[in-house]
Every structure is written in structure tokens, then in C-alpha cells.
Design a protein around this ligand. Structure first.
Ligand code: AVJ
Length: 341
């Protein structure tokens, strides 16, 4: 366990990890090479055909704040719908767990949903493990859930890095893993199944996974959710270019890229792109990358796959979970599924 720089981490986490026996006020940085990884990954993905940027890099401090704003937009219903389901069915969701409970959340964001679940079930956790790439999000989440657990461990890293750590930090109780917010939607269907299998493999009999996934719905609703009239989503999308400029010495001209959201009906996914509005050259100093972009050429920044309820249950079964219980918001079309191990 160690701390390392990264533009965000050095500011927030330096000096906090002194006594490894104490686990309630620390952020464990799981990948000290995060910055080198960021540079290497974007360099590779920007040179693919079509060009891409991994969506996980949206979430620096500003990206996290913009995402939090998206969650409050009337056109983006995922967060409100899921929170309402968590509040309404909190006791049912936690019903299989009697006695002390461990919780772990992959991609916890600000921690509000975990707080909602525990509060509405009048439950307290023995230990909560929070996993998120964003140090800014982890700080918020830690503060938010601290009153509801005996101790909280914040793990700054990817899902994979977090999953490899969770078993090591268990407190000896049944564990409920949360993977909410339709974060699974960022993975294509094969990768989503692989991730479910990976989650299943880190869990033990008596544990469970609570998965939140957005459902298919009319495309005009999705287009408003991902291309909102206030242009917050456009700012969120473009922010990844600003981040590359700031952290890796990029020369992206933000005005030279238009936000585009589209529904891919064949793949049943929303896509976000940044479309170059003119022929332009972009450099990234950290990796000596030089990009020649044509007018109209796009950088694919995110996929948000949408599901049918039965498809979610089938994926869980295929991943080796015992059975699934679902709570569905029929109006916003969102599903919470609890898979038993
Ligand atoms: C946090 C990945 C679930 O895909 O809906 C919001 C991110 N992108 N608006 C999603 C997002 C555009 C969000 N996830």
C-alpha cells in the first residue's frame, strides 16, 4: 500500500496513510502509475479506427462535478429513478442479510445511493469499501457514508484493481456488492458478462450483487438524456479534451469539437462522440502524439448499453449467480437486480 502522485491524488491523499492498521480515514491509491497509464491508453485509442477515448477518463474533479450536474438534469433520469427504487425497496433489498453486513461499491461516485439504501433500511454496515477512479468522488463518498458504517475503506482505482482488493479487506461478514448507476452500460455485452463473472469470482456463498442497469426506451428520450438542452452533457464530453490538455500537454481546441449523441439501434446503445468541426492538427506533448483530424471526423468517447430486464437476469445466470430478484421502474425504465451467490 502506498501513495503516489497523479494530479488529483497528490492534492487529496498525501500524508493520510500512516498506520496501515487504521482503515477509517485513508484513501488507498491502487495504481500509482495511473498518469502513465492514462497517457498510454489515450495515445493508443486515439490512433484506432475509428478514433476513441476510454470513457473512464471523464472523471477528473471537474468531470465528476459535471456528471453530478447531469444527474440532476430533468432529462437524465437514471440517478433519480435508481435512488427512488433504492429508497422504496431498501428493506427488501437487504432482506437476505441478517446481522452484520459488509458492503462494497464499484464506482461509488459521491456515495449518495449507498447512503440512501442504508438510511431507508435503517441499516448500518460493519465495513464499507468504496472503489472509484475519481479521488474527488471518493472524498465525497467517504464523508457521506461515514455515519453509516463502523469503518470505511476508500480504494482509488479501476474496477479490476478494486475487485482484486475487496476480498483482502473483508470484515468476515456477508458482503453485498453494489454496481449501480448503469455503469455496466459502458461495457459492450461481452465485456459486461466478463465483468459479472469477475465480480462473481470475488464473492462467496451468502454474498450478493446489486446491479443497477438502464433499460431500453424510446430513442427520443435517450437523445434528450445524452444531448440535454442545457448542454451539460456536451461540457462533460468535451471536458475529457480539457483534461488531456491540462494533464498531458494536449493542444485540443475545445471549440473545434462538437458534442454528438446517437442511438445505435443494432447494438442497443447510446453513443457519444466528439466531432471535429474542421480539419485540424492536435498534439499531445506527454506522448509526442500528433493527430491529423479531418472535418467531420469523430472521436468516440462513450457507449451506454441499454438492457431488457430478462437479458440482465440471463447475464447474471450466465455469470454463475444463483438467481436474481428485480425491482423495476416502469416509467423511467430502469432495473435494480439483486443476484444471490
Ligand atoms: C455513469 C456511465 C452510467 O452512461 O449514462 C451520463 C455517464 N454519459 N451522460 C451513462 C453519462 C453521459 C453514465 N454512466
Amino acid at each position: 500500500m502506498f501513495l503516489a502522485g497523479g494530479s488529483e491524488s497528490s492534492r487529496h491523499a498525501a500524508g493520510r496513510l500512516s498506520d496501515p492498521g487504521r482503515t477509517d480515514h485513508e484513501v488507498l491509491i491502487l495504481d500509482p502509475e495511473a498518469q502513465a497509464q492514462f497517457a498510454a491508453e489515450i495515445t493508443e485509442s486515439l490512433q484506432r479506427t475509428p478514433r476513441e477515448l476510454p470513457s473512464k477518463y471523464f472523471y477528473d474533479a471537474l468531470g465528476t462535478a459535471l456528471f453530478e450536474a447531469i444527474c440532476q438534469l430533468p432529462w437524465y433520469r437514471i440517478t433519480r429513478s435508481e435512488s427512488a427504487l433504492l429508497a422504496r425497496h431498501a428493506s427488501d433489498i437487504l432482506e437476505p442479510f441478517h446481522g452484520p453486513l459488509d458492503l462494497a461499491e464499484l464506482g461509488c461516485g459521491s456515495g449518495t445511493k449507498l447512503f440512501t439504501l442504508l438510511q431507508h433500511a435503517s441499516a448500518r454496515a460493519s465495513r464499507i469499501q468504496l472503489i472509484d477512479l475519481s479521488r474527488a468522488a471518493l472524498e465525497m463518498a467517504r464523508t457521506q457514508v461515514a455515519p453509516l458504517a463502523a469503518d470505511v475503506i476508500a480504494l482509488a482505482g479501476s474496477y479490476e484493481e478494486g475487485l482484486s482488493r475487496v476480498p483482502l479487506h473483508r470484515n468476515g461478514h456477508p458482503l453485498l456488492m453494489l454496481f449501480l448507476g448503469s455503469n455496466i452500460g459502458n461495457f459492450d455485452r461481452a465485456a459486461a458478462l466478463a465483468l459479472l463473472i469477475r465480480i462473481r469470482d470475488t464473492l462467496e456463498p451468502g454474498d450478493a450483487l446489486l446491479l443497477g442497469a438502464d433499460l431500453t426506451k424510446p430513442s427520443h428520450e435517450l437523445l434528450l438524456a445524452y444531448d440535454d438542452p442545457l448542454q451539460v452533457t456536451a461540457a462533460f464530453n468535451r471536458n475529457v479534451l480539457r483534461r488531456i490538455n491540462d494533464e498531458l500537454g494536449g493542444s485540443f481546441d475545445l471549440d473545434g469539437f462538437a458534442h454528438r449523441a446517437c442511438w445505435n439501434s443494432r447494438e442497443q446503445r447510446m453513443e457519444m462522440h466528439l466531432v471535429s468541426t474542421r480539419r485540424q492538427e492536435v498534439r499531445v506533448a506527454a506522448t509526442d502524439l500528433v493527430l491529423e483530424l479531418e472535418a467531420g471526423e469523430s472521436i468516440w468517447t462513450e457507449s451506454s448499453y441499454k438492457y431488457e430486464p430478462g437479458e440482465i437476469l440471463a447475464a447474471g445466470t450466465a455469470a454463475g449467480f444463483a438467481h436474481g430478484d428485480q425491482w423495476i421502474d416502469d416509467r423511467a425504465r430502469f432495473a435494480l437486480t439483486r443476484f444471490a451467490v
